[in-house]
Design a protein around this ligand. Structure first.
Ligand SMILES: *Cc1c(COP(=O)(O)O)cnc(C)c1O
Length: 396
């Protein structure tokens, strides 16, 4: 017999979510995740992936992955410290350090895992973390796991950050203090004010931690937000993912050699979870090679995102203040946003609605993620559908 308490808990809460319209039905995609996806029997223009450069289906990377399976098998066989560190892992880490302009780097199984790993390897209950209120869920969870005092900072509010940094330092309550931020904020597409953050960190001698999941491959000629601002020497922790622009799966921390040495002996997802597969590692290394050799894909990504943004603006949509390819189309009311996304889908555009509690109440939006793999024709079709549905629902 299964637990009646568990059943009661699950049934009540699932019903509650469903009655509020907050239960997320997940759409299975048939075939690859590209600029066109096949969902529920239909081909849709995909504006919902994080596959910024289209590398998830790149023929060169597929070949490299297949070769790695032939030479190294499908699994790494163990956690890194036992005997799961393959030559391929070391090659990837060397490449990552070069790419990021740091002394060293360490790879993890995901970007989420990086935040589970790195924060708690360094911070503890005697420390404090100044955390932007819009930071990614994995940053929030990583901070909680560390047991450090979490001090929430108003989004990108440098006055607030300076004030709270000053208070934390002057309180004398904490051993170490860290400022932690997304490089690019994923719901609005705005970029962290890293030059000012670094200035405040230097003023009060604080650590800096930038999770650049949405910036790597996109900003700074591909190397990310920190490089974009020329701050490679001034940010202690650079976190990145191999799952978005790089197109594969995995994550990494780049920084000084002593930081990486420490993470290799003290970060728990590295010590207690099996390492990335040979195919993932080889494909990621090849993807970074591509990014370092040419900026063609980034240029295409930016060109496509400018095109989509101009088109949506011209139609009369509110696209917010994004500074990156992330293109929100802000509708406001939650129910209307969901209905809008549903109608777009019926007409051939796959763009998900994002509503409270992921974004503040009354700022529901459909978020568009153009990629380098979209053609002008696909974007024109998407814009025509936006126009049709927008007019039909009296939104423009
Ligand atoms: C997407 C994202 C992650 C998670 O990365 P995965 O590699 O998908 O686990 C972590 N941090 C931020 C800021 C993200 O946007």
């Amino acid at each position: 017999m299964t637990s009646s308490k568990l059943n009661q808990f699950l049934n009540e809460n699932l019903e509650d979510l469903k009655s509020q319209g907050l239960y997320n039905e997940i759409d299975p995609v048939k075939g690859a995740n590209g600029p066109i996806i096949h969902v529920n029997g239909k081909d849709l223009i995909n504006l919902s992936s994080n596959n910024y450069l289209g590398l998830a289906t790149d023929a060169r990377l597929k070949n490299v992955a297949k070769q790695a399976i032939d030479s190294h098998g499908v699994g790494a066989g163990a956690v890194r410290t036992i005997n799961g560190t393959l030559d391929l892992h070391l090659k990837l880490e060397e490449k990552l350090a070069q790419f990021k302009g740091t002394e060293a780097a360490i790879a993890y199984q995901s970007g989420f895992n990086c935040n589970m790993a790195a924060i708690s390897a360094v911070m503890d209950k005697n420390d404090a973390i100044l955390s932007d209120e819009l930071n990614h869920a994995s940053i929030i969870d990583g901070c909680r796991l560390s047991k450090a005092k979490i001090i929430r900072v108003n989004h990108s509010d440098m006055e607030d950050l300076r004030q709270k940094a000053k208070e934390a330092v002057e309180s004398g309550l904490y051993n170490k203090i860290m400022i932690i931020t997304d490089g690019v904020f994923s719901m609005d597409g705005d970029v962290a004010k890293l030059p000012e953050i670094v200035e405040i960190a230097e003023e009060f001698d604080l650590m800096t931690y930038v999770d650049d999941a949405h910036g790597s491959g996109v900003l700074g000629k591909g190397a990310g937000t920190v490089k974009h601002f020329g701050l490679q020497d001034k940010v202690d922790f650079q976190i990145g993912t191999l799952s978005k622009a790089i197109g594969v799966v995995g994550g990494y921390v780049a920084g000084k050699q002593n930081l990486i040495d420490w993470l290799k002996v003290r970060s728990r997802p590295f010590l207690f979870s099996t390492s990335l597969t040979p195919a993932d590692v080889a494909a990621s290394t090849a993807a970074i090679d591509l990014l370092m050799e040419s900026s063609e894909l980034q240029e295409k990504l930016w060109e496509n995102s400018e095109y989509l943004k101009k088109g949506l603006s011209a139609l009369g949509f509110d696209i917010g203040h994004s500074e990156t390819p992330i293109t929100p189309c802000i509708i406001g009311d939650e129910k209307t946003t969901q209905q809008f996304s549903k109608r777009l889908n019926e007409e051939g555009v796959y763009a998900k609605s994002i509503v409270f509690p992921t974004v503040p109440k009354g700022t529901g939006r459909v978020r568009n993620m153009p990629t380098a793999a979209h053609t002008k024709d696909m974007l024109d079709q998407a814009l025509a559908i936006y126009e049709k549905v927008g007019k039909e629902m009296n939104l423009i």
